[in-house]
Design a binder for this molecule. Sequence first.
Ligand code: 5GP
Length: 208
Amino acid sequence: MPSCSSSSSSAKKSPADDGKVYYSYADIHDSVSRLVPTLQKEFQPTVMIAIGGGGFIPARMLRTELKAPILAISLELYDDATNTIRPKGVVCHQWFDENSEPGKLVKDGNVLIVDEVDDTRTTLQYAVELLLEKCQPKKVGVCVVHNKNKPKKGTLADEIAYFAAENVEDHWLCYPWDAAEYGRSIGQHETLARQCSGESSENDKSSS
Ligand code: 5GP
């Protein structure tokens, strides 16, 4: 297991009545921002590779502070069509253009792979191994908003730097960009996110 850095933790959230934990855009932004000084000090990324779709928005938040460009890849462990884990593991739907200007930064660069959540670690292991196989980065790091405290199926070599903004319990985490997938407006989602933080307000009654 690589050495592991995380930011000082934000207020703990509790699951909603459905057992899921809801995060607001501000929760994500806050967690990611608190990780920036550690990333600057310990990794100094040249370029980021965002794993889509969940890594895109955290990577965009990081870009403003780290000033490193974003490359996009698309990997899928869960089959969106059936909502189940793909029996054959991770599928790579999209890789970045290694000859583009940001793509050229990968070879010999400090490359930070960004995703929203480290659940079983299968996707992160796949991403790191594919990157090492296809390119020759100087250093590879992994950065997630949430690391679930649970036994992992995937492994990362010791030389891979690992950064988690938050270490959380093993619940299903609901992100604001997926609100429509759960049949909610962003207002309803953000209400649940506040409730998971132990907050409530008069406004919440009208949007729940
Ligand atoms: P892995 O099991 O490979 O670490 O995670 C695979 C992918 O499953 C993640 O990149 C993420 O897209 C999805 N995933 C795993 N756990 C959760 C969760 O709690 N909430 C959401 N929204 N996605 C998850």
